[in-house]
Design a protein around this ligand. Structure first.
Ligand SMILES: Nc1ncnc2c1ncn2[C@@H]1O[C@H](COP(=O)(O)OP(=O)(O)O)[C@@H](O)[C@H]1O
Ligand SMILES: [Mg+2]
Length: 362
């Protein structure tokens, strides 16, 4: 096991920076998830840690020691990809112990370690079967067992669940999180799926355009995004983003006739005197339905539909349609207006996208 550090890591492919000045420390035993849209540099970062891609500048450190010059096989890492390749002509048990046999590990130790991973991964019934007899989820579990059987310093997982059917993916995700905690192995997991990141990570490293946007615990990144990109990439349905127009005594929501004011505790005092054009971010779960008729100074609700106890609805400001989710129960009667939870309002600089109301941005 190891602590992994990246110091100003840059990977340049013929003038294109796939990784641009990335710094991060992953603690011993930690489960870190690299999250970001396709092409943002996640796989390249992982391959750099593995020793499969050279850093153009910057350092990769394992337990404080620079490993840039070490080959992949000298780094004691294990990597699992989206598409698993097991040896089709070998039984599961032979597949799992393959890395140990290849290293000439004594038989007794191989047997002991096989018992251990079989127990952890609950693969007892599969050992004498062939890969083709297993569903994809179970095959991915075998790949993980094979990866950890030689006690790697770090486990690197690149979208390991994305080729698995939706119904098994959820189960595998849960199991994977459980296993990692049991094994205590430092793990870096790459995904473009924010739900996967939110449910697995001790900390999320959010990337965009080859750079780190935010490093935070899942809850924090959800409630306290550093910028509009972070706010909108995380959360489903997505965070609403509404233009704020300065008017006397407050900030008007886009082209509506609704104004946020300090009196109603929904507008921080500083925002009144802000010289910058601002945008308001508000998550659907912080938009509530309010009974009563539609009238002046209120945002009307367009459509409402219920799924179980949740009520999803849309509302319009100017030409834009936004979403809300109301989880409060026992509401009935006419639902005509929306209201925002003051604690859930996020303010962004319209020009730079950065948070300007404190929180993570400070
Ligand atoms: N060997 C390479 N040569 C040139 N460009 C590359 C190479 N590998 C990756 N890239 C580019 O670097 C960018 C980041 O790729 P990647 O790290 O695979 O992103 P992600 O895993 O986040 O989808 C992409 O634009 C990709 O086309
Ligand atoms: Mg990738």
């Amino acid at each position: 096991m190891a602590e992994i550090s990246l110091k100003n890591l840059t990977v340049d492919f013929a003038g294109f920076k796939a990784v641009d000045d990335v710094s991060l420390t992953v603690k011993d035993g930690e489960f870190v998830v690299y999250l970001g849209p396709s092409g943002c540099g996640k796989t390249t970062t992982l391959r750099c840690i593995a020793g499969l891609v050279n850093a153009t500048s910057g350092d990769v450190l394992f337990d404080g020691k620079r490993v840039n010059e070490l080959s992949a096989s000298e780094r004691n890492i294990a990597m699992v990809f989206q598409f698993v390749s097991l040896y089709p002509h070998l039984k599961i048990r032979e597949n799992i112990v393959f890395p140990l046999k290849a290293r000439g590990v004594p038989r007794a130790e191989i047997a002991r370690k096989l018992d251990w991973v079989t127990d952890v991964f609950k693969l007892g019934d599969e050992l004498d079967r062939y890969p083709s007899a297993l569903p994809p989820g179970a095959r991915q579990k075998v790949a993980l067992a094979r990866a950890v059987i030689r006690d790697p310093a770090v486990l690197l997982l690149d979208e390991p669940l994305s080729a698995i059917d939706e119904q098994f993916r959820e189960e595998m995700r849960w199991e994977l999180g459980h296993l990692q905690r049991q094994l205590g192995v430092t793990t870096i997991y790459v995904t473009h799926d924010q739900r996967e990141a939110m449910s697995l990570a001790d900390r999320i490293v959010l990337m965009n355009n080859s750079r780190i946007v935010q490093i935070s615990e899942p809850d924090r990144i959800f409630f306290d995004p550093v910028d509009i990109f972070a706010g909108q990439f995380i959360g489903s349905p997505s965070m609403n983003l509404i233009d704020l127009v300065p008017v006397s005594g407050g900030l008007r929501l886009g082209d509506s006739d609704v104004t946020l004011t300090v009196d109603h505790h929904d507008l921080p005092e500083w925002a009144l005197s802000s010289r910058k054009p601002l945008k308001l971010g508000v998550r659907p779960l912080n938009v509530h339905l309010v009974d009563g008729p539609q009238g002046g100074g209120s945002i009307p609700v367009d459509d409402v539909f219920s799924v179980g106890r949740e009520r999803f609805f849309t509302f319009t400001v100017g030409d834009n349609v936004y979403q809300g989710v109301d989880k409060r129960t026992n509401r009935s009667g006419t639902e005509g207006r929306v209201s925002f939870d003051p604690a859930g309002l996020l303010f962004f600089d319209a020009a730079t996208g950065r948070r300007v109301d404190g929180g993570a941005a400070e």
